[in-house]
Design a protein around this ligand. Structure first.
Ligand SMILES: [Zn+2]
Length: 98
């Protein structure tokens, strides 16, 4: 029963998404993990990711798809999204070593 899905806001936010960089910056910043030289904030879940995704206008199902993707890539909490997904995405860009 879903015809004519509205576009932009209701897509999961994955690394190829145009706003992915914005998401990662916010997640690493003061409203998220707030990375410092050798410390950061993480509660062991995806509460910052979820809150930021919601602020960016994603609906519930899109957020579910996005967090499921994070977990499938080893991002089980907010800081792991940065460590395991953001960094790997940049590695892919270079196409250096396998
Ligand atoms: Zn963490």
């Amino acid at each position: 029963m879903q015809n004519n899905k509205p576009a932009a806001a209701c897509e999961p936010l994955l690394p190829r998404h145009p706003r992915w960089e914005e998401f990662v910056e916010r997640l690493a910043g003061p409203e998220g993990c707030n990375f410092q030289t050798d410390s950061w904030t993480c509660f062991g879940d995806l509460r910052f990711s979820t809150a930021i995704l919601r602020e960016m206008g994603l609906d519930g199902p899109s957020i579910d798809v996005t967090t499921a993707y994070f977990k499938s890539r080893g991002g089980y909490c907010d800081c792991e999204v940065i460590f395991n997904i953001e960094h790997r995405t940049h590695a892919y860009d270079g196409r250096g070593d396998a």
